[in-house]
Design a protein around this ligand. Structure first.
Ligand code: AMP
Ligand code: GLY
Length: 424
């Protein structure tokens, strides 16, 4: 099969790596891709939001399957464009991708179908939101309704902070139109777990659990980022938690979307918080997580192309997902200064080392080739250094060992990815 992947980050690198293992895959393309993806796929210079150009490319190259990695094109309706042209594509259509695209939609869905989540109110008027905040309990959480590169969530400890937050989101429109509507949500505490799943419209199959580290600094300090590292599986995702989520969250979400006339086909990513009152949904995403994909897919034993096709065809119920007994840890190497300001264009050395060691992976997030054909840094998150191990402790030690193989100017990483699992 000829397969096209849409996206340019570490997640898409991990997806391409996994597709390349499939006996069904002949030629793999990635648009726009990056310097690391170029080692497993042919990169195509078309942007992820150029739907018509991508569809024309898929026709011209007789692409049998297109896989959408990123949230923006999904929420923007790329799947609808491909389907209208009779092209096979993996991912939710626009109607279903709203599960990630609108926080007020997802909160209303959970309320209507009794799926456990934090209490909330939705506001389209900034004055009304401020009025509500006068008598609210603190801390409180403000969320821009739409996509905001993972940055549209403000945790406010005081009323003053919250009122400023309303200005940021609704009046100054720091996140653009994403802030036309805002959700104000009850603050919850507990450990976070990411659970990814494949969905074929009616059946849902759960992948191995993972945990992300969203803050930029050690000890969960500093600003929120796209994700500084992950481990998989999460020892905090116990059988009891799994049972609760299967009963109250997973299938209920799929059924709710179907009942709303928004049949979901693709990946649903459940962002869960394990509170003292039980698991609660923090958020839904309509795609693989980044860097969750890096740790989950390196442990997945199924042919991913087969699974993608089953999601499209509605035959996911006939297979079981399989994951290796190994554990996996991903440490993100970033450009110092991320997520605020950072420099790019520095040469990266030592990448060859990964070809010499089995069980070690270097997934590229932000890299490109410079004019001399050298691989250079090209983003805030640069490389997702991922390693397997017999348990989480070993995987963690292996991943940190491998972070020393590569060098670039202003290389920055957290030193405590997976530290919480040291003794598990
Ligand atoms: P989201 O994009 O909704 O996952 O929010 C980003 C991050 O904000 C989450 O991973 C949590 O760490 C935090 N967060 C979101 N909602 C809440 C909440 N209701 N209570 C506490 N923390 C939250
Ligand atoms: N790592 C979190 C996300 O992909 O949204």
């Amino acid at each position: 099969m000829n397969i096209l992947v849409v996206g340019s980050g570490g997640r898409e690198h991990a997806i391409c790596y996994k597709i390349a293992q499939s006996p069904k895959a002949d030629k793999i393309y990635c648009a726009p891709g990056n310097a690391g993806i170029a080692s497993v796929a042919e990169c195509v210079d078309i942007g992820a939001m150029e739907f018509e150009k991508l569809a024309a490319f898929a026709r011209e190259k007789a692409i049998d399957l297109t896989v959408i990695g990123m949230d923006d094109p999904l929420v923007g309706g790329i799947v609808d464009v491909f389907e209208k042209e009779g092209l096979r594509v993996f991912g939710p259509d626009k109607k279903a991708a709203i599960l990630e695209g609108s926080k007020s939609f997802s909160k209303d869905l959970m309320k209507k179908y009794d799926i456990p989540t934090a209490g909330y109110e939705v506001f389209t008027d900034a004055d009304k939101a401020c009025e509500y905040l006068e008598s609210a309990d603190y801390p409180i959480v403000l969320k821009a309704d739409g996509l905001a590169l993972g940055k549209g969530v403000l945790i406010c400890n005081t009323k003053e902070e919250a009122l400023e937050g309303v200005d940021t989101i609704m009046r100054d429109k720091k996140f653009g139109d994403a802030g036309n509507t805002m959700v104000i949500e009850e603050f919850m505490t507990g450990r976070e777990v990411s659970v990814l799943s494949f969905v074929d419209g009616k059946t849902i199959k759960i992948m191995s659990s993972a945990q992300d580290h969203k803050r930029a600094g050690d000890g969960d300090t500093g600003l929120n980022t796209g994700g500084m590292g992950t481990f998989c599986p999460s020892p905090f995702y116990t059988d009891e938690v799994d049972k609760f989520c299967r009963e109250h969250i997973y299938q209920k979400t799929v059924d709710a979307m179907k009942a709303e006339g928004r049949e979901f086909k693709g990946v649903i990513f459940f962002g869960l918080m394990l509170t003292t009152k039980g698991p609660r949904v923090l958020e839904y995403n309509a795609r693989f997580g980044d860097p969750e994909a890096q740790v989950v897919l390196t442990r997945m034993e199924n042919d991913i192309v087969d699974i993608f096709e089953r999601c499209i065809d509605g035959t996911l119920g006939e297979v079981e997902l399989k994951f290796s007994d190994k554990a996996s840890v991903c440490v993100m190497l970033a450009s110092d200064g991320y997520p605020l300001s950072y420099e790019k264009g520095f040469e990266i050395t030592g990448l060859d080392e990964f070809d010499k060691h089995e069980g070690y992976f270097c997934f590229h997030s932000g890299t490109k080739f410079n004019e001399d054909g050298k691989i250079v840094t090209n983003g805030g998150r640069v490389l997702g250094i991922t390693a397997l191990g017999n348990d989480l402790k070993e995987a963690r030690a292996n991943a940190y060992k491998a972070t020393e193989w590569v060098e670039f100017k202003n290389k920055y990483m957290r030193t405590d990815i997976g530290k919480a699992i040291e003794n598990s």
